[in-house]
Design a protein around this ligand. Sequence first.
Ligand code: NAP
Ligand code: ZN
Length: 363
Amino acid sequence: MNQFYMPTKVYQETDAVKNHSEEMAGFGKKALIVTGGQSSKKNGALKDVTDGLDKQGTTYVIYDRVPENPGIACVMEAASLGKKEGTDFVIGVGGGSPMDAAKAISLMIRNRDSSEEVLYQNVSLQALPVVEVPTTCGTGSEVTPYAILTRDDLQTKSSIAHHIFPVLALVDGKYLEQAPLSVLTNTAIDALGHVLESYFHSKATDYSRMLCQYAMEVWGTAADVLFGMEAKEGDYDRLMFASSLAGMAISHTSTGIPHALSYYLTYHKGIPHGKAVGVFLPGYLAALPDSFEPQVIMALQALGFGSLEQFAGVIKELLGEVKLSNTEYQEMVDEMMKNDRKLKNTPFEVTKEDIYKITEICK
Ligand code: NAP
Ligand code: ZN
């Protein structure tokens, strides 16, 4: 079956926030801006948003305490501020952490008398409108319905039960210009993970593959920046664009085994999301049955790699190594084998041997 559903309105251009401030401000009288501690103040994204709201006469309150890999505590704190201030909509500004938090916060404000358990309950609930302004080129959260939170109770990370598509995404590559290479690399590799996991996915459709194929091409034309080369004109825009395309693809398929494994590395070893995903990508491609070989070659070529060996070498060069103790390694593999939902996302019957192959880099 081929199905396509992408309800988020996207503007991708230089000065997207400024140019579309009327639409951004049009979701109510008062906004809750949700952002991280520092970066959105330095890269200009927060000022663009507050200037835009000021211009339209829309009031706002700012919650700027979203940490990396946010948990439920930050969501509840921000929701409480939003409820107290009577905010009508939420604007997430930053990387995936504040953008995901914004979605969960919008749900908790709209359902003001509910407790945090509702985040993980399969009940049908509405959320306040969410606008997203991404400042990293990885998660695609500006166009996905997912909000991934850290679960200390389960010692991992997982998506909340509710699917909340942003109503509006304002995407501008200029916010990447001053980003440290580590942030660019980690997040661009996350987008690469979305593309490859979505392309080689049991739920892939012609539409999702089309998004992946174009994302691969776009990503490949801008990837030089990740190797410390000076950015060509449009490179930052292309990295952002590839990230949004990849987000649209995973909105249809979800992610696969590398993402499922990554949550162990992030939760237990503090490894940033993109790196935690990226280290498993060569192994994932290697574990695909031989019948996928033509598609693997096509994907690698579109991304600008000559072979799987070269791809594996580049990933190692960009991300370095991640080593686990024997006990940690076995725990990660065992957890993966119990994760039926993610195992089913793979377009072949996965065995424990396959998981050993995918995770060999951590031994
Ligand atoms: P992030 O956790 O949002 O941010 C990482 C770091 O980068 C933070 O220190 C942040 O600073 C900084 N930063 C952000 N933008 C910057 C910029 N333009 N220049 C310089 N520094 C900048 O990183 P992320 O990789 O974008 O998001 C990861 C989260 O998204 C994870 O929780 C992951 O599970 C989730 N995720 C969600 C989806 C989805 O579909 N919703 C998909 C994949 C991953 P500040 O803290 O100061 O802002
Ligand atoms: Zn990801």
